[in-house]
Ligand binder design. Structure first.
Ligand code: FAD
Ligand code: SF4
Length: 486
C-alpha cells in the first residue's frame, strides 16, 4: 500500500491548497519575466497528497481531452515525476503549455470534487510541475516513429492544432511538413500570448522536439497566396492536407474615430510586441507607439484584452485601463489573469463602452468618449445584455487605444479553395468526429472551424484530425460527410 493510501481521507482534506509562488507585482508590472515561478518538489508532493482518489474523478470528465489526471497526481505523490509526465503525454502533447494557459477553473479544477466544499486540487500547477521537471531533467523520452508509409501530409498553420497533429502523424510513419505564414512557429502561443505568461523558450522546446522527431517546418509561406491547397495536392503530391489556420482576423468596434493614429487591434499590438520583440525593449527598437507615461485604454474582457492591457502596463503606461461593457461576472478572461492584472495596477472600468474615439487636428488620438452600461435580461448567449444608461457620456483621456473584442476566421485559404465549404462566418465546415471537410483529402480543425476557443480544444482537434488522416491514408476510403453547400 502506498504512503498516500495510508493517509486518512479526512486528514488529506485538511491540507490547504499549495500557493503558486509569483514574482512581486510591483517588480513584474515593469518587466516581461514569467509571473508564476512554478512549484518546488515538496510543494508539488504536498499538493498531490490532497487528492482523495475519487472512484469517478470529475477532473477527468471535465478535461476536454480526458487526461488521466488522477493517475498523474498519484504518480507525483509517489515521487515518479517522469512517469507522471509520460502519463500526461498519453493525452496531451503540450503539457508545459497547457499547464500555464488552460482555464483550469472551468475545466479539470472545476470538476474536482474537493472544489465542492473547499479548494480543488491545483491540477494546472501540478501539470506544469511535471512538464518542467521532465524538460529540465533532459530525459524527455521522445516516442519512436512507425516505419515510413510513403504518404505525406501538409499541415497549414503551426498553432496548437497544427503542432499536435504533426506530432501524432509523424509517429504513424507519414512524412509531415508544416507551412506557417509568419516567421516564427507556434501560432497564438508565440504571437499572441505574452512572454510573462508563456515564455517563448517553452514553445520553442516543444517545436524542437517535433523537429527531432522528423517533422519539417517551412515559415513565411502564406498558403492561398504563395501556394494553393490544390497546388500542394496536385503539383507537390501531398496525400492529405490539414488546415489549422486559426481565427486571427481582428474585429473592430465600427465606431467613429477608429482611424486615429494610436488605435490598434489587440492582435496587431500583441504581434508587434511579441514577434518584433518590443518586450525586449532594451535591445530592440520599439515597434509600437511609445506607451511610456501615456494613457492606454484596452477594450474587451477576454484573454486577449487582458494580455494587451498587462503588456501596455509593462511597456511603461502611466495608466493602463481595461474598459468592458459587462461586469466582472461575465468576463471571459481566466480568473488568474484578472487577479494578476489588478495586482499589477491595471484599472478596470466595468459596465463601460466606448462610442467614439477623439483626436486632434493632426490625426492623433486624444481620448475615448464612453457611456455607462447596465445589465438587463440574458441574451441568446445566456449572458445578461448590456444596455446604455441614458445621459452617462464621459471622456477617458487616451494616447493609445487597443481593441480586443474578438477575432474571426483567417480568410486566405477559403477564398482560393472554392470547393471548401464554409459557414456564414467564413469558418471552414468540418465533421466534428473525423475533421473531414467537403474536399477530398482536406481536413480542418482548431479555431478555423470552431471560432476562437482554447489551446486544449485546438490540440484535441489536431489529435482527432491526425487519427482520421491516418485512417484515410491507410484505407484510401473517403466518405464525405460535409457537402459543399453546407
Ligand atoms: P492559431 O494558434 O491561431 O494558429 C494558426 C496559425 O496558422 C498561425 O500561426 C497563423 O499565422 C497560421 N496561418 C494562418 N493563415 C495561414 C495561411 N494562409 N498559411 C499559412 N499559415 C497560416 N487559450 C487558452 O486556452 N488559454 C489562454 O490563456 C489563451 N490566451 C489567449 C491570448 C490571446 C492573445 C489569444 C489571441 C488567444 C488566446 N487563447 C487562449 C486562445 C488560443 O490561443 C487559441 O484558441 C488557439 O491558439 C487556437 O489554435 P489554432 O492552432 O487553431 O490556431
Ligand atoms: Fe483527485 Fe480532484 Fe480528480 Fe478527485 S476530482 S481524483 S480529488 S483531482
Amino acid at each position: 500500500m502506498s504512503e498516500k493510501n495510508a493517509l486518512p481521507l479526512k486528514d488529506r482534506m485538511k491540507i490547504a491548497r499549495t500557493h503558486m509562488p509569483e514574482l512581486d507585482a510591483t517588480v513584474r508590472s515593469r518587466n516581461f519575466e514569467e509571473v508564476n515561478l512554478g512549484l518546488k518538489v515538496l510543494d508539488a508532493v504536498t499538493e498531490a497528497s490532497r487528492c482523495i482518489e475519487c472512484a469517478k474523478p470529475g477532473c477527468v470528465v471535465d478535461c476536454p481531452v480526458g487526461v488521466k489526471i488522477k493517475d498523474v497526481v498519484n504518480l507525483i505523490y509517489a515521487g515518479d515525476y517522469l512517469g507522471a509526465a509520460a502519463k500526461l503525454r498519453e493525452d496531451n502533447a503540450l503539457p508545459a503549455i497547457t499547464g500555464r494557459v488552460c482555464p483550469q477553473e472551468n475545466q479539470c479544477e472545476g470538476g474536482c470534487i474537493l472544489g465542492k466544499k473547499g479548494a480543488p486540487v491545483a491540477i494546472g500547477n501540478l501539470e506544469r510541475f511535471v512538464a518542467d521537471f521532465e524538460r529540465n531533467s533532459g530525459q524527455l523520452g521522445l516516442p519512436s516513429n512507425a516505419p515510413s508509409t510513403g504518404k505525406s501530409v501538409a499541415i497549414v498553420g503551426s498553432g496548437p492544432a497544427g503542432l499536435s497533429a504533426a506530432g501524432d502523424l509523424i509517429q504513424k510513419g507519414h512524412r509531415v511538413r508544416v507551412f506557417e505564414a509568419l516567421h516564427e512557429l507556434g501560432g497564438v502561443l508565440v504571437y499572441g500570448i505574452p512572454e510573462f505568461r508563456l515564455p517563448k523558450s517553452i514553445v520553442k522546446s516543444d517545436v524542437d522536439n517535433l523537429r527531432r522527431m522528423g517533422v519539417e517546418f517551412e515559415t513565411n509561406v502564406v498558403v492561398g497566396k504563395s501556394v494553393t491547397i490544390n497546388e500542394l495536392m496536385n503539383d507537390e503530391h501531398y496525400d492529405a492536407v490539414f488546415v489549422a489556420t486559426g481565427a486571427g482576423l481582428p474585429v473592430f468596434l465600427g465606431v467613429p474615430g477608429e482611424h486615429f493614429n494610436g488605435v490598434y487591434s489587440a492582435n496587431e499590438f500583441l504581434t508587434r510586441v511579441n514577434l518584433m520583440r518590443a518586450y525586449q525593449y532594451e535591445e530592440y527598437d520599439e515597434p509600437v507607439y511609445d506607451c511610456r507615461d501615456k494613457d492606454v485604454i484596452v477594450v474587451g474582457g477576454g484573454n486577449t484584452a487582458m494580455d494587451a492591457v498587462r503588456t501596455a502596463r509593462r511597456l511603461g503606461a502611466r495608466k493602463a485601463t481595461l474598459v468592458y461593457r459587462r461586469s466582472d461576472a461575465e468576463m471571459p478572461a481566466r480568473a488568474e489573469e484578472v487577479k494578476h492584472a489588478r495586482e499589477e495596477g491595471v484599472e478596470f472600468q466595468m459596465l463601460t463602452n466606448p462610442i467614439e474615439f477623439l483626436g486632434d487636428e493632426k490625426g492623433w488620438l486624444t481620448g475615448a468618449k464612453c457611456v455607462r452600461m447596465e445589465l438587463s435580461e440574458p441574451d441568446e448567449s445566456g449572458r445578461r445584455r448590456p444596455v446604455v444608461v441614458k445621459g452617462s457620456e464621459f471622456v477617458l483621456p487616451a494616447n493609445v487605444v487597443i481593441i480586443g473584442v474578438g477575432t474571426t476566421a483567417n480568410p486566405m485559404i477559403q477564398s482560393t479553395t472554392p470547393d471548401l465549404a464554409t459557414n456564414k462566418w467564413n469558418y471552414i465546415v468540418a465533421d466534428e468526429q473525423t475533421m473531414r471537410t467537403s474536399k477530398q483529402g482536406v481536413f480542418a480543425g482548431g479555431d478555423i472551424v470552431t471560432g476562437g476557443a482554447t489551446v486544449i480544444l485546438a490540440m484535441g482537434a489536431g489529435r482527432k484530425a491526425a487519427a482520421s488522416i491516418h485512417e484515410y491514408l491507410t484505407s484510401g476510403v473517403w466518405e464525405a460527410s460535409v457537402a459543399i453547400s453546407a
